[in-house]
Design a protein around this ligand. Structure first.
Ligand code: SF4
Length: 356
């Protein structure tokens, strides 16, 4: 190993010993807990994950508890965290581990990657942190740090750039404490070597960081085109009958599948929010709306799109509803509404109804 790499290991681990944040998943070596934390941390900030992680581990403390838990319970625990396929894959993998692997999570990257929802990054994190094996990780934070540390730019294809970073991450790993080293790299990216303007004056690697020494920090990592997220306008209706509110479950195989929602849908071109809701209720419940009252507008940003949700109190004709296009539907008392998992924007309607 080169002296440069040895210096990086030594300085980074010493810094991590002194400054690492006290996070709940850092107080355990339990592979299951580390797996859950790593899946939750994908695309999600640490401070958002902490309460979700604590609630999950308290409710489902072992792989067999997860394997045998109903999907609705899992979706409720995940409610608001987004990318629900992560929760469904945790459950699918737990079932496989429970039935075919004696309830023990495999330790190697190769075997971990055979499980649903576990890619190279998550496999590397579990293998190094829980089992102490020399397996690299490469998430957004690590990519940024390595790109600056070695002045790696995107000369060529994206996959050539990624391969180069994986190779660097692997070559840098120490035999002792590979899990701590991986966490130190991620920690540095999250707290010091941040996007935009890194705080180089506080960085333990500034005397050996190539981008810093060449005064080229701003040139790394190579910029990605910022994707402008799609905006959508949606109308939703609160229909109450005999003190119960109507909710329906989204089709299991679609986006946010298995979650519950209030009826409604996307506004079409030229339509007002009211017209949209009348049309959607007619299509979904096969009944006419007789009166609408706007109660609020909710703006919510999902990872894939931004939604503006206009919510109405809605009176329908007295005839029988005949819902279609959903997994199932229910009339639910307000006191029971919070038991069902909803997408984040709908959670705000639940709050309005149950806390007003
Ligand atoms: S010196 Fe600056 S650019 Fe280099 S690794 Fe540290 S924080 Fe990042």
């Amino acid at each position: 190993m080169s002296k440069h790499n040895q210096d990086i290991q030594r300085k980074l681990l010493a810094w991590y010993n002194k400054t690492k944040r006290d996070l709940p998943w850092r107080n355990t070596k339990d592979p299951y807990s580390i797996w859950v934390s790593e899946v939750m941390l994908q695309q999600t900030q640490v401070k958002t994950v902490i309460p979700y992680y604590e609630r999950w581990i308290k409710t489902l403390p072992t792989i067999d508890k997860l394997a045998n838990a109903p999907e609705q319970k899992i979706l409720k625990l995940w409610e608001g965290l987004g990318y629900y396929s992560r929760a469904k894959n945790l459950k699918k993998s737990a079932k496989i581990i429970y039935k075919e692997m004696n309830g023990k999570l495999p330790n190697t990257v190769k075997n971990l990657q055979n499980l649903p929802g576990i890619g190279r990054y998550t496999a590397g994190a579990i293998s190094s942190i829980a089992f102490g094996l020399k397996a690299p990780v490469l998430d957004g934070n690590v990519k940024r740090v390595l790109s600056r540390l070695f002045c790696i730019n995107k000369n060529g294809t994206t996959s050539a750039y990624e391969n180069c970073l994986w190779e660097k991450a692997e070559n840098l790993l120490p035999v002792r404490r590979p899990g701590d080293f991986n966490q130190a790299l991620m920690e540095l990216g999250a707290t010091v070597c941040i996007p935009g303007s890194p705080i180089c004056q506080q960085c333990p690697l500034r005397t050996i960081c190539k981008a810093f020494l060449k005064n080229k920090v701003n040139e790394f990592p190579p910029s990605n085109k910022i994707k402008s997220s799609k905006k959508i306008e949606v109308s939703a209706g609160i229909i109450i009958k005999n003190k119960k509110v109507y909710i329906q479950q989204r089709l299991k195989n679609g986006l946010m599948g298995g979650l519950w929602e209030f009826p409604g849908g996307k506004r079409e071109q030229g339509e007002s929010s009211e017209e949209c809701l009348k049309r959607e209720i007619k299509e979904e419940l096969r009944v006419n709306v007789v009166n609408l009252n706007k109660v609020m507008t909710i703006k919510h940003t999902y990872t894939q799109f931004r939604v503006t949700l206009t919510v109405f109190n809605c009176k329908i004709q007295k005839q029988q509803i005949r819902p279609g296009g959903c997994e199932q539907w229910k009339w639910v008392s307000l006191s029971n509404l919070k038991k069902y998992p909803f997408p984040a924007a709908n959670v705000k309607i639940v709050k309005y109804l149950t806390e007003k």
